[in-house]
Every structure is written in structure tokens, then in C-alpha cells.
Write a protein that binds this ligand. Structure first.
Ligand SMILES: NC(=O)c1ccc[n+]([C@@H]2O[C@H](COP(=O)([O-])OP(=O)(O)OC[C@H]3O[C@@H](n4cnc5c(N)ncnc54)[C@H](OP(=O)(O)O)[C@@H]3O)[C@@H](O)[C@H]2O)c1
Length: 311
């Protein structure tokens, strides 16, 4: 298939380009080719390219900055996916788009013990608590309203060995400091960009092999949660990062001591949900895909060559 892929400089876009590029023709749409903050130009540009499938991992992902840069966040996260969806409807092709746990307010089950937090299913009512979450939710709605053939995958706490993310920040801090204070009262599934790309690859294979792609879309289109399984806190994630990095020789000094702190001790411009758990039963059952737990995915990620390992 000819796949138009956005966000190729980002964590997920880069992983998708690597995996899907081995099986399909990828038209890599970077910011220069398709600037998502200029949504008026998007629909006609895509119609000219005439891909067989569009995949959109690009997004305005600066959660705190989105609180004040609302106009750009709205263009990139709402108007751009809306324009892509219009183009997909015109060309009668499918659109795969990614969304976030931040569409929820995170209050689900927070009166229960932290070890028994329930997970949000796809049908749970959204109520974003920050501008980023609000724009991502409106982006989902714009795609659904367009009636184009679509898959929307909601994910959470994405990391990779590339770009800006919590894993790389913690590896850097663990190599610089002797003591780290980490939030221990927000919970979710750390999710490797590689795992999201692998599941997407399997689903695109199923689509490509379908004898009637329109019928395939009719049967499978919709909204799915896609995260690594299990859950932890930022503190739990950091504990695992430091342990696993130490085992692989990725720390240049003794491991730092870790201290759990409440989110109220680490104020940020954007509010974050307490419970970010997403239930992944639907995607696993519908497409017969299995998703690794967050600990195995972290190990798999760290097993790849890491730039810090050489220093
Ligand atoms: N990161 C997370 O923790 C997280 C959590 C939940 C959901 N998600 C969702 O998962 C998806 C992938 O996230 P990610 O972490 O891979 O994102 P990322 O690493 O921040 O990459 C974002 C990508 O979007 C591109 N982009 C931003 N503004 C653009 C514009 N105006 N025109 C064209 N391209 C633009 C960036 O290009 P430049 O390099 O040119 O800026 C970059 O390639 C997104 O839908 C995100 O909302 C992420």
C-alpha cells in the first residue's frame, strides 16, 4: 500500500516509518511537506498525493505549553485531523489516528486502593482536564463526525529511545543526580512507541490482506485503547528504569536514591489525570493481537543500542 505517514520525526512516527517501511511504500509527510498548523492546505494536498491509507501520529504534544498556545494546539490536534478525515472521505481511503488517556479526567476508581484501580474502556464518558486533552478529544470527534473510514488508537505515557520523553529524562537525571523526587500518586501504563507501532503494523497487515477493504473498514473501524498492559505510577516507572538501566550498564555512576512525592509537590501549568489506565481488551480481542506488559516493553526498548551506553 502507499501510506501517507505524518510525524516521522516524532517517537511513534519514527517507529512506524521503520516497521511499515519494510512492507509498504511510505510517503513521509514532515512539517515541511504538510504543516499541520496550516489546516486549510491539508485536504487538497492529500487529495493530490492520493495515498491508499493515511496514518497520523503527528500531534501538538507539549501538554503544558498547550495551556497558553491554544490556537496552535487546536489547529494541529483538531483542524488538521478534521481536514485529513475530509480527504480520506473524498478518496474513500482509511485514516489511522492516535489519541490519549488525557481525554479522561482520571477520577475513575480513585476512591479505591491504588493496587485495584479500574481501567477506562472506550465507551467511558470523556472529560478532559487540560487544553491538550480537550483538543485531542475534539480531534477524535472531528474524525468520527466526518464518517470517513477510521481507526483511532488511544495511548498513554509514550516513550522511546528517540525524542523527548520521560524515559530519556530519567536516564539523564539518573546519570547526573544522586537523589530523584518522583510523583507517586498518578497512575498509568508506560507505553513503548515500538509496541504501538508493532500493533499498528499487525492491523495494517490485516487490512492489506483483506479481499474487500471497504468491508474490512465497515467491520473494524472505531476507537480502541492501545497501551502496554499493566500499570504503575511515575515513581514505579522510574524505579524500573533505574533498575533496568543499571543492569544494562546504562548508568555511569551509582544509582540515585528515589523518593515518592505527591503531584501537589510538583506543580505544572496543565493538570494531569490521577488514573490514566486504559482497558486494552477490545483491541486484543478484535484483532487477535497480544500486547506486552509495560515491564517487558521497557526491557525490549532498553535492549536496543542506547546513545548513553557509549558515554
Ligand atoms: N507522548 C506521550 O506521552 C503521548 C501520550 C498519549 C498519547 N500520545 C499521542 O500519541 C501520538 C504520538 O505521540 P509522540 O509522543 O510520538 O509525539 P512526538 O514525539 O511529540 O512527535 C510529534 C510529531 O508531530 C509533529 N508535528 C507537530 N506539529 C506539527 C506541525 N505543525 N506540522 C507537522 N508536524 C507536526 C512533530 O514534528 P516536528 O518534529 O517537526 O515538531 C513530530 O514529528 C500523538 O497523537 C500523541 O497525541 C502521546
Amino acid at each position: 500500500m502507499r501510506i501517507l505517514l505524518t510525524g516521522v520525526s516524532g517517537q511513534l512516527g519514527a517507529a512506524l516509518q521503520r516497521l511499515l517501511g519494510a512492507e509498504h511504500e511510505i510517503i513521509a509527510a514532515d512539517r515541511e511537506m504538510l504543516d499541520l498548523s496550516q489546516p486549510d492546505a491539508i485536504e487538497s494536498a492529500i487529495v493530490q498525493i492520493r495515498p491508499d491509507l493515511m496514518i497520523n501520529p503527528a500531534a501538538y504534544t507539549a501538554v503544558d505549553k498547550a495551556e497558553t498556545d491554544t490556537d496552535t494546539a487546536y489547529k494541529v490536534n483538531v483542524l488538521a485531523p478534521q481536514a485529513m478525515a475530509r480527504a480520506a472521505a473524498r478518496l474513500q481511503i482509511g485514516l489511522i489516528h492516535y489519541s490519549t488517556d488525557y481525554v479522561f479526567d482520571g477520577s475513575l476508581g480513585t476512591d479505591q486502593p491504588q493496587t485495584e484501580l479500574p481501567a477506562y474502556t472506550e465507551s467511558y464518558a470523556c472529560n478532559p482536564v487540560n487544553q491538550y486533552g480537550k483538543t485531542k478529544y475534539e480531534g477524535e470527534q472531528a474524525i468520527q463526525d466526518s464518517q470517513c473510514q477510521h481507526l483511532i488508537f488511544r495511548t498513554s505515557w509514550v516513550y522511546s529511545l528517540h525524542g523527548k520523553n520521560f524515559l530519556l529524562t530519567m536516564l539523564k537525571l539518573a546519570n547526573e543526580r544522586d537523589h530523584l523526587r518522583i510523583v507517586n500518586d498518578q497512575f498509568g501504563a508506560p507505553t513503548s512507541a515500538l509496541s504501538i507501532a508493532q500493533v499498528t503494523q499487525q492491523i495494517v497487515r490485516q487490512l492489506a490482506a483483506a479481499p474487500d477493504q471497504a468491508a474490512w473498514w465497515q467491520q473494524f473501524q472505531g476507537l480502541y485503547n492501545l497501551t502496554n498492559t499493566g500499570y504503575t505510577s511515575w515513581f514505579g516507572f522510574t524505579t524500573a528504569i533505574v533498575e533496568q538501566a543499571g543492569l544494562r550498564g546504562l548508568l555511569n555512576k551509582a544509582a540515585p536514591t528515589l523518593e515518592g512525592i505527591p503531584a501537589s509537590d510538583y506543580p505544572t501549568p496543565a493538570k494531569r489525570p490521577v488514573n490514566s489506565r486504559l482497558d486494552t481488551q477490545k483491541i486484543q480481542q478484535t484483532f487477535s493481537v497480544s500486547i506486552p506488559d509495560w515491564q517487558s516493553a521497557l526491557a525490549e526498548c532498553l535492549d536496543q543500542q542506547h546513545p548513553l551506553a557509549a558515554s
